[in-house]
Design a protein around this ligand. Structure first.
Ligand code: Z5A
Length: 224
């Protein structure tokens, strides 16, 4: 059986990940897979998921992490909660879906932990790499689409949408450090991480993503 693909969408809040992930799924299932891979493409399932919150355990953790607590969550406790969410997600959902040959579109994965807990909170990057390794058992994304937009623009978009959660309320400097983290990651892993200019219109971003998805799916041998 053909192995599936793990395609991750990353970026600061308001970068448009969720919007673009849903558009990508609709396009792939509508006509994209067939356009890119021919008739065989029609047989490939596509699912969407996210971190935190891709499993029922993860949904509980997401609530704890994003809604805030009576006493503040300490940085290392936060790191371990994201790790626990990921470990459950990998075993319960990602690995079984990949084994079935599914294309998974995932909203955030390991790079978010490096960007937010590493660059944002200032926790040790080596420690986070180790935790990511433990949580994933070595499962890396096949492709990570980094939606690159200034932290300030992203936050404006996210705030226009409604009430801010615990992390959206963090100061601008925090989100700028997170943005630096993604920039550094893209430089370090140019094969895996592809930068998309997410300051463009939703339609332009979608078209740029389509092009990359099609190219990668062809290159990575998704044909039967
Ligand atoms: N987190 C962490 O710290 N460590 C970890 O390891 C992991 C996560 C995995 C939850 O993530 C939080 O968890 C997140 C990081 C932390 N911090 N926060 N907050 P999430 O992905 O669930 O939530 P989010 O990052 O806040 O996503 P978001 O605010 O939903 O942003 P988005 O998905 O990138 O954007 P969107 O919902 O698609 O769009 C936001 C708005 O902008 C919306 O009104 C759109 O219509 C609009 N939009 C989208 N694209 C455009 C363009 N191109 N132009 C103009 N307007 C646009």
């Amino acid at each position: 059986m053909m192995q599936g693909k793990l395609i991750v969408f990353e970026g600061v809040e308001g970068s448009g990940k969720t919007t673009q992930l849903e558009r990508s799924r609709d396009w792939l299932l509508g006509c994209g897979l067939q356009q890119c891979l021919g008739e065989f493409g029609n047989q490939i399932p596509v699912v969407v998921t996210r971190e935190p919150g891709g499993t029922s355990l993860g949904l509980g953790l997401r609530q704890l992490l994003l809604e805030g607590q009576a006493s503040p969550i300490q940085d290392r406790a936060e790191l371990l909660l994201y790790g626990a969410d990921r470990a459950q997600h990998v075993e319960e959902f990602l690995k079984p879906q990949l084994a079935k040959g599914v294309i998974i579109l995932c909203d955030r994965y390991t790079d978010s932990t490096i960007a937010y807990q590493g660059y944002g909170r200032g926790l040790d990057l080596g420690l986070i790499q180790q935790l990511n390794q433990i949580a994933t058992g070595g499962l890396e994304s096949h492709l990570t689409l980094w939606l690159d937009v200034d932290a300030e623009i992203g936050l404006k978009r996210a705030r226009q949408r409604g009430a801010a959660d615990r992390m959206e309320q963090a100061e601008l400097a925090f989100h700028q450090r997170v943005q630096q983290g993604f920039t550094q990651l893209a430089l370090s892993y140019p094969q895996r991480i592809v930068r998309i200019d997410a300051s463009q219109s939703q339609e332009e971003v979608h078209l740029a993503i389509r092009e990359i998805l099609c190219q990668r799916l062809k290159d990575e041998g998704m044909r039967g």
